[in-house]
Design a protein around this ligand. Structure first.
Ligand SMILES: *[C@@H]1O[C@H](CO)[C@@H](O)[C@H](O)[C@H]1NC(C)=O
Length: 307
């Protein structure tokens, strides 16, 4: 058996075992950028390496850049391997998000706020439903996101939206998958909270200058002498129910792997890890901001022990 086959074989075995105890989303399948995505703006600020299997977004004092998925999706599993801008990245923001097009739009955001050399990045997440956002959570990361590729993914079904950070690494003769849920937005329809279910979303990513707010609330400005700033991407995985932009349901709803019981909620192990992120790495959580929200937002009441 070639070593590659051996890895695949081990991986399948591992997934079979792992699948029984912890329902981690299926392993993303890496494809070239052009399979699922197109540039959105500043096309000359995107660099293609390795036949488009890796791309780099470049920010300089003239412009940032971004890209988007060709298709729109209702539910699924989406992920990207990203290596953030290294060195002095203060003032820059690298974003990966899903968004629908309408005025009462739904959106799921990962925003990575850069920092001065050696100072920690912040990961800000937000969820908009029916046009309503203001659900920011901010955390420090337990790893340096500029050193190597990490995988950021969204699992979206009728029951929950889970934002997950993972690292895939090859040990001696085994493949390690380390999935850490960093945020879960449950369907709290019964509490009167809108949940994204009837508007397809596209995926977007961009790198831009946000030194009016990003680093230490805007105190640290982008040092243009350090430009160009470069974020690298691989993976480009999409496994979703593709729908036309104006569709309001997915043709195969309820028949895809992400709808199965195992993916409808986190298991104990995943909750433990989420709680670990909450207690050790949280900088800000709208759920606990009693100045801004004197009454606890309904969706925060569901898993109270997490907040
Ligand atoms: C940048 O570093 C400073 C100092 O350690 C820290 O207060 C801040 O939270 C860090 N991150 C951002 C994005 O401002």
């Amino acid at each position: 058996m070639g070593s590659e086959k051996w890895i695949v074989c081990c991986f399948v075995l591992l997934m079979a075992v792992g699948g029984a105890m912890a329902a981690a989303p299926k392993k993303p399948i890496d494809v070239p950028f052009g399979r699922n995505f197109v540039p959105t703006w500043a096309l000359d600020h995107i660099k293609y390496n390795d036949g488009g299997n890796e791309i780099q977004l470049v920010l300089d004092k003239y412009t940032g850049t971004g890209f988007q998925s060709k298709g729109s999706y209702l539910f699924g599993h989406f992920s990207m391997h990203i290596k953030m801008v290294p060195g002095d990245s203060a003032g820059t923001v690298t974003a990966f998000y899903l968004s629908s097009q309408n005025s009462e739009h739904d959106e799921i955001d990962f925003e990575f706020l850069g920092n001065r050399t050696g100072q920690p990045y912040i990961l800000q997440t937000n969820v908009f439903t029916g046009g309503k956002g203001d659900r920011e959570q901010r955390i420090y990361l337990w790893f340096d996101p500029t050193k190597e590729y990490h995988t950021y993914s969204v699992l979206w079904n009728m029951y929950q939206i889970a934002l997950i950070s993972s690292i895939f690494s090859l040990g001696k003769n085994r493949f390690f998958v380390d999935d850490i849920p960093i945020r879960v937005f449950k369907n709290c329809k019964d509490f009167g909270v809108r949940f994204p279910f009837n508007q397809p979303m596209k995926l977007y990513s961009s790198l831009w200058n946000a030194d009016d707010w990003a680093t230490r609330g805007g105190l640290e400005k982008t040092d243009w002498s350090k430009a160009p700033f470069v974020a690298s991407y691989k993976g480009f995985h999409i496994d979703g129910c593709e729908a036309s932009v104006n569709a309001n349901y997915c043709a195969t709803q309820g028949k895809r792997w992400w709808d199965q019981k195992a993916y409808q909620d986190l298991d104990h192990y995943q909750y433990r890890r989420l709680r670990w992120v909450r207690t050790k790495y949280t900088i800000y959580n709208y759920c606990t901001d009693r100045v801004r929200y004197p009454t606890i937002p309904p969706e925060c009441r569901r898993d109270r022990d997490l907040f």
